[in-house]
Write a protein that binds this ligand. Structure first.
Ligand code: MN3
Length: 258
């Protein structure tokens, strides 16, 4: 930084003082090339596996590059093979240490996440939220939902466009890290909400409770490499890759249980 400053200063002074050594302006600043170890290599989703335990990774139903240009290959690889893997491994370690969690489904574990165990809440949430997120997206999808889900969105929001605006606002206005959600509540009504951190609408003490149908990760790690601060553009492009068929299946499953 000092060097840049002195070059700029020298250049400025050189305009006034001919004695200043102009040759410094032509100095070449060498930028080291990445070493072999630092070279970026993109693996395959199938190369990633969690430590042995109660929970395994949700298989990514497409390649890392499949959602481009909405989500770039490097973001997908880092997100799945690093962030998601870490939540999964941490959850498996926590479950192994706590006999009250053995053999519980992830949904039942989430229902116990009232905040008294922050580690469990963060990692169980991180595991569930990302698994839902991967399967809620698909290449060559987007558009609008069909049939039952389409009419329910019109019934509960007024129109698809109103729903889209509400969901986008929830994602955009979530302060800091968190998620936007479309849920079906216990009365069968669709609702949009957002949660901070790795919280989700299955956990106790949430503003909106319900069964998640669709979610969007707005942690910076989900978009920053490609979009930097432009979260809104990331949200707009997410709508091009929503797997509405999967969202409809989730609605059918959630309401069939009741
Ligand atoms: Mn994430």
């Amino acid at each position: 930084m000092k060097k840049i400053f002195s070059i700029v200063l020298c250049f400025s002074l050189s305009l006034l003082l001919p004695s200043c050594k102009r040759k410094k302006l032509t100095e070449v600043v060498e930028v080291p090339l990445p070493s072999a170890e630092e070279k970026i290599t993109i693996g395959q989703p199938d190369d990633v596996s969690a430590i042995d335990g109660q929970f395994s990774l949700v298989k990514l139903p497409y390649e890392y590059n499949a959602l481009s240009p909405s989500i770039d290959i490097l973001t997908m690889e880092m997100h799945y093979s690093k962030h998601y893997l870490t939540y999964t491994n941490n959850l498996n370690k926590l479950v192994a240490e706590d006999p009250t969690l053995i053999d519980l489904s992830i949904e039942d574990i989430l229902k116990k996440c009232d905040g008294t165990n922050a580690d469990l809440k963060n990692n169980a949430g991180g595991y569930y939220n990302h698994g839902l997120f991967w399967e809620g997206m698909s290449p060559k999808s987007g558009g609008q939902p069909k049939d039952t889900l389409a009419s329910l969105i019109t019934r509960d929001f007024g129109s698809f466009e109103v729903f889209k605006t509400q969901f986008s606002d929830a994602a955009d206005k979530q302060f800091g890290s968190g998620w936007a959600w479309l849920v079906v509540d216990k009365t069968g009504k669709l609702q949009v909400t957002s949660t901070p951190n790795q919280d989700n609408p299955l956990m106790p003490k949430q503003i909106v409770s319900g069964t998640p149908l669709l979610n969007l990760d707005v942690w910076e790690h989900a978009y920053y490499l490609d979009y930097q601060y432009k979260r809104k553009r990331y949200i707009d492009n997410f709508f091009k890759i929503i797997n509405w068929k999967k969202v409809s299946e989730r609605y059918e499953e959630a309401t069939a249980k009741k």
